[in-house]
Design a binder for this molecule. Structure first.
Ligand SMILES: [Zn+2]
Length: 259
């Protein structure tokens, strides 16, 4: 009988040790790489969207950036990943989904940071290097590529309706329903999808015929239109509202913003 108790005691002890070790492990992973000490200062200096939030909003933004950076790995490819790069990628991820409290980028595992532009074969040395960011497909599924230069410029020039990080994350949001077609069905209510499709098509048609203050790259197809107009919406909401009221209204519906 005594021996049975001894065995039980040892088993319970082993279980406690296992749980203890496991908990420490879990804690360590969930903490990931902490935000840099001066993250508030950096966010304030570089991210207009953050500057415009009230104190409570700023705190929420910081938490969500930290959570994103814990879940997604950021790897430099011939580029050093500096604190500011990590923070800006996190900011680019959270800005579009700030109005959607429970959002998770489940379709993203890693962001590759390239120093300069690259071509469609991911060749950094090629002469044709028009791409400044990309959402991976096929073997590169769950990977986003972004260039360091474009990432930073997107935030430094905060009044030109262009931000590569926001552009790429808009693509990911669009892609979450399985298709990258400019219609983010996962967040846009079904009753609005036809109206949104028609609005995209008519705007693209007008852009092609008459030009536009919207970046012409958006007229390539609805997926690019959605990414480009999302940059405009988050960088210069006031201007978009003045120039394209219906687009502004629909994007507010999509991104659940209250302005
Ligand atoms: Zn694009």
């Amino acid at each position: 009988m005594v021996i049975v108790f001894q065995i039980l005691f040892v088993l319970v002890l082993i279980l406690i040790i296992i749980l203890f070790v496991f908990r420490i492990r879990l804690k360590r992973t969930s903490e990931g790489i902490p935000l840099p000490e001066n993250y508030r200062e950096l966010l304030h200096d570089y991210v207009k969207f953050y500057r415009q939030l009230d104190e409570k909003g700023k705190e929420m933004f910081e938490k969500r950036v930290e959570h994103f950076l814990t879940a997604v790995q950021i790897t430099g490819v011939n580029a050093a990943v500096e604190d500011i790069d990590r923070l800006l990628i996190g900011a680019g991820a959270i800005i579009p989904v700030y109005g959607i409290a429970d959002w998770q980028y489940i379709n993203l595992h890693e962001v590759l940071l390239y120093p300069g532009t690259f071509n469609a074969d991911f060749d950094q040395g090629g002469s044709d290097r028009p791409i400044t960011g990309m959402v991976g497909h096929g073997a590169m599924q769950h990977v986003m590529i972004i260039t360091k230069w474009e990432l930073r410029q997107g935030f430094i020039n905060s009044n030109d309706a262009r931000n590569t990080a926001i552009h790429e994350f808009a693509h990911l949001i669009d892609k979450m329903d399985g298709t990258m077609d400019g219609v983010p069905e996962i967040i846009l209510e079904r009753k609005y999808t036809d109206r949104w499709k028609n609005l995209m098509d008519s705007t693209i048609g007008r852009m092609k015929n008459y030009g536009s203050d919207i970046d012409m790259y958006g007229s390539t197809n609805p997926a690019e239109f959605f990414a480009v107009i999302s940059e405009y919406f988050f960088e210069q909401p006031g201007l978009l509202k003045a120039n394209h009221a219906e687009l502004y209204e629909m994007l507010g519906r999509i991104y659940k913003t209250e302005r």
